[in-house]
Design a protein around this ligand. Structure first.
Ligand code: 4AD
Ligand code: MG
Length: 430
């Protein structure tokens, strides 16, 4: 019977056939241990010389790394294996022999591995990270579907730029100019006025000249938007959503977290509500911690975010940033127009900002004024302004960066390992 590694638990004591690749191998004169993977999981195959045909043992001993094969054997339980099962091999049938696989079990440099990303994805570590990414996506859909949100897909080719005009990828749209989306937010606001509570999940693009462990040129964002929700209501959704995702990964990716050596006790603590600190207090906190360089009105850099996060063992909201350093669409604070009703959510352990969100301006005249302040053309934002002309309501939303969230939950240092094919400042290959 042909099965996958993920199914072996249902076939204990049975003879099965699995299509696999050879990950690694150890052998002596009498026994060969084959580390096998099939994409769904990893299992050890044991070939005992005295129990198989001479030809089979010879083939098993000569298998090279990443050779594809059908392996036939009996599934047994095995307490020593973290996976819990082993395969007592009877037969091996080579499909395609791999010679000189470049990624050997020895250590390789990062650039070498990145050049071979199409193969590196096969490794156990990358498998674990991608499984966690997949679980975050799965539980995201589950959370928003359970909470009455409708998934809406904003366009990727756009004519306007929500997050500022300097970091845009420009292209031609026949005779017109177009840009790759930096955020679906403005379209999600239109969708919220049509469907109430909506969320999107899609790729976004930023031509940022940043070469840090937190920046990608192409990254994926989850963007919920909610009609009749004020800033405070949105914060509640954010903390419940993030806690839900963390608890889902803990429940469904135990082996993956273990394989990555993740300290899960830190994740187990992640429950709503999350602590909040105003921008004003964050500045004070930084001064107390000896960051004399930063003044009120300036944006935080990575070291500042890390220092603030260190005071909490949970993700922390930094609220009410200065109006001057945030985009045009954010609702001003009712008593203090110099700050806006917004929050960034900073992950623990130095992973930085994972969410940016705010209440949106719903007053037509105020929005026109803000567009002028930013030297943005009313014409380009005509449709966006019209949302404030026909039954405008208070509304709020946010964007969660998937790759930074994967990095934090997996405990992986750099976002380049959290997306299958990263686009970085100096890399578009493979
Ligand atoms: O804070 P940002 O720029 O917010 C927006 O785009 C809003 N329009 C979202 C909204 O309200 N609908 O980006 C949101 C998140 C950040 O918190 C961060 O997690 C991630 O997107 N992000 C990046 N991730 C990887 N590489 C980059 N270059 C990123 N830029 C932002
Ligand atoms: Mg931001």
């Amino acid at each position: 019977m042909k099965i996958t590694i993920s199914e072996v638990g249902q076939h204990i004591g049975e003879e099965v056939t699995i299509g696999v690749w050879l990950n690694n191998k150890r052998s002596s004169g009498k026994i060969a241990f084959l580390q096998l993977r099939d994409g769904t999981g990893f299992i050890q195959g044991v070939v005992v010389k005295s129990e198989v045909d001479e030809e089979v043992f010879k083939t098993a001993k000569s298998l090279t790394q990443e050779t594809s094969l059908y392996v036939t054997g009996t599934v047994t339980e095995d307490e020593r294996s973290p996976f819990g099962y082993e395969l007592q091999v009877k037969n091996v049938e080579v499909i395609h022999e791999a010679t000189d696989y470049p990624i050997t079990p020895k250590e390789h440099g990062t650039e070498f591995l990145m050049d071979h990303r199409h193969l590196w994805l096969r490794s156990r570590r990358q498998h674990a990270v991608m499984k966690i990414r997949n679980e975050i996506i799965r539980s995201t859909y589950e959370f928003f579907n359970q909470n009455g949100f409708t998934k809406i897909d904003p366009p990727i080719l756009t004519g306007s730029a929500p997050e500022g005009t300097t970091e845009l990828f420009h292209t031609k749209y026949f005779e017109e100019d177009a840009y790759l989306s930096q955020s679906g937010q403005l379209y999600m606001e239109a969708a919220a006025m049509a469907f109430g509570k909506v969320f999107s999940f899609g790729p976004t693009f930023r031509a940022e000249k940043s070469k840090t462990r937190r920046h990608l040129i192409e990254f994926w964002m989850i963007e919920p938007e909610m009609a009749f929700y004020q800033h405070e209501d949105s914060l509640k959704v954010q903390e419940e959503y993030v806690a839900y995702v963390v608890q889902s990964v803990l429940a469904n990716c135990k082996l993956d977290l273990q394989r990555l050596g993740r300290d899960t006790s830190k994740l187990e603590k992640i429950k709503a509500p999350f602590p909040r600190i105003t921008y004003d207090d964050a500045i004070k906190l930084l001064h107390e911690k000896g960051f004399d360089d930063i003044q009120w009105g300036e944006d935080f850099g990575a070291p500042h975010e890390t220092a603030i996060a260190e005071s909490f063992d949970m993700p922390v909201f930094i609220t009410n940033y200065p109006t001057a350093i945030k985009p045009f669409y954010m609702q001003p604070h009712p008593e203090r127009p110099e700050v806006v009703l917004c929050a960034d959510l900073i992950a623990p352990e130095g992973y930085g900002e994972i969410i940016g969100g705010s209440e949106r301006i719903h007053d037509y005249d105020l929005l026109v004024k803000r567009l002028k302040d930013f030297h943005l053309s009313e014409d380009a934002y005509k449709w966006y302004l019209e949302l404030r002309k026909y039954g405008s309501v208070p509304h709020s939303g946010f964007g969660l960066g998937l790759e930074r969230t994967v990095a934090w939950i997996s405990g992986v240092e750099h976002v380049r390992e959290t997306i299958p094919f990263p686009r970085l400042l100096n890399r578009i290959y493979p």
